[in-house]
Write a protein that binds this ligand. Structure first.
Ligand code: HMG
Ligand code: MG
Length: 331
């Protein structure tokens, strides 16, 4: 039996948290080599099998901007869709929406920026220009019965502009919600946030009329703060947390964006707190061990490393075995 944390509940937390899994998109978009669509399809199937119910599958962005996800059409054609599981995709513009609609997508996510510099680097537009780009996307998606989530990046700090004032984040976040998005995910793209900053940002949103039921949090673990920041967000009433299985990921357009909060680290903490997620930790760890073999490098997740090392008969993820052929194709 795999080790599990001793359960000791804590006051002021939700009973249940929905994990919004971003590994196949945010994780794989940052791999230096291209992962074959068959491996991506298996990754999606394993995540659903582990009990995740929202799994961001890929992006319909410009294939030259993110070649790692240029196989979005192929993936959507060959992947298995498990009933009850949602598979959102990133869509920046109308061209991306057309591609998504052609492939039966029901959930999309637009992705804005709290800073001008990142808007230009990630979307080739100003913040105003990106809102103009998103407006018809959201309108048409809603007309077609799709659900639209919005991300806001650089909510805590920006590698070019430094600390980002909470008022600026709230202003830009509200603009995205006002387009008609059902949820706003607050991205700490470079992982510089700390727990008090999270509390202050969520309080500023509440003050502006945006309660935690409309918000999600998206932490990167660059400075080891992702779990502490998550706990802060849960205490403020947030119940949707983004995470990436194995802790893979980052953003190719943001200097110093390293891995996302690992789903396994999140599930370990939440089960210790007695908060329901519906996710089976053992199968997630097995998935990360498998993925590490496919990617040819170990998972950065502390929980994966600890559990994979102690499980009898389980391959140690910190040592990618020589017999596993690298499934990644060199460009
Ligand atoms: P652009 O170059 O300004 O595009 O890029 P354009 O509108 O000028 O169009 C130029 C050409 O690209 C046209 O073709 C379009 O049809 C084509 P032409 O007429 O010249 O032959 N084109 C497309 N083709 C396929 N799919 C499309 C598409 N759009 C245009 N969707 C664009 C603008 C937004 C497309 C580009 O900047 C882009 O793709 N950016 C995406 C960057 C990205 O994916 N970043 C990573 C995700 S964000 C993130 O990681 C943060 C997050 O995780 C949260 C956090 O951590 O903070 C979400
Ligand atoms: Mg991210």
């Amino acid at each position: 039996m795999m080790r599990t944390p001793f359960e000791v509940p804590m006051d002021g937390l939700p009973d249940r948290v929905t994990i919004y899994e971003v590994g196949p998109r945010d994780g794989l978009q940052n791999e230096s080599a291209i992962v074959p669509a068959g491996v991506k399809a298996e990754f999606l199937a394993r995540l659903a099998e582990a009990g995740l119910t929202t799994i961001e599958a890929t992006s319909f962005v410009h294939p030259k901007w993110v070649p790692q996800l240029a196989d979005a059409e192929e993936l959507l054609t060959r992947m298995e869709r498990v009933p009850g599981v949602r598979y959102p995709v990133l869509v920046p513009n109308e061209r991306g929406l057309d591609r998504a609609l052609d492939h039966g997508v029901t959930d999309i996510a637009i992705f804005g920026s709290a800073t001008e510099t990142f808007a230009r680097r990630n979307l080739n537009r100003s913040v105003d220009g990106s809102i103009e780009m998103f407006t018809p996307v959201v309108a048409r998606a809603l007309e077609n019965g799709l659900d639209v989530r919005a991300y806001l990046s650089m909510c805590f700090g920006d590698p070019w502009e430094g600390p980002v004032p909470v008022e600026q984040v709230v202003r830009h976040g509200r603009r995205l919600l006002d387009l008609g998005c059902s949820q706003l995910s607050l991205g700490d793209t470079i992982g510089v946030g700390t727990p008090g900053h999270v509390t202050a940002l969520l309080a500023a949103f509440a003050e502006a009329g945006v309660g935690p039921e409309r918000l999600a949090v998206h932490f990167h673990d660059t400075y080891g703060q992702a779990l502490a920041n998550t706990l802060s967000a849960l205490r403020a009433g947030v119940t949707v947390v983004d995470a990436s299985t194995g802790g893979i990921g980052g953003c190719p357009f943001a200097k110093s964006a390293t891995g996302n909060l690992a789903t396994e680290d999140l599930v370990w903490m939440l089960s210790g707190l007695g908060v329901e997620t519906g996710v089976d930790l053992e199968s997630l760890v097995a998935t990360s061990v498998w993925l590490a073999g496919e990617l040819g490098r170990p998972s950065p997740s502390r929980v994966v490393q600890a559990l994979a090392a102690e499980s009898p008969g389980r391959r140690n993820v910190t040592q990618v075995p020589a017999e596993v052929p690298p499934a990644v194709e060199e460009e």
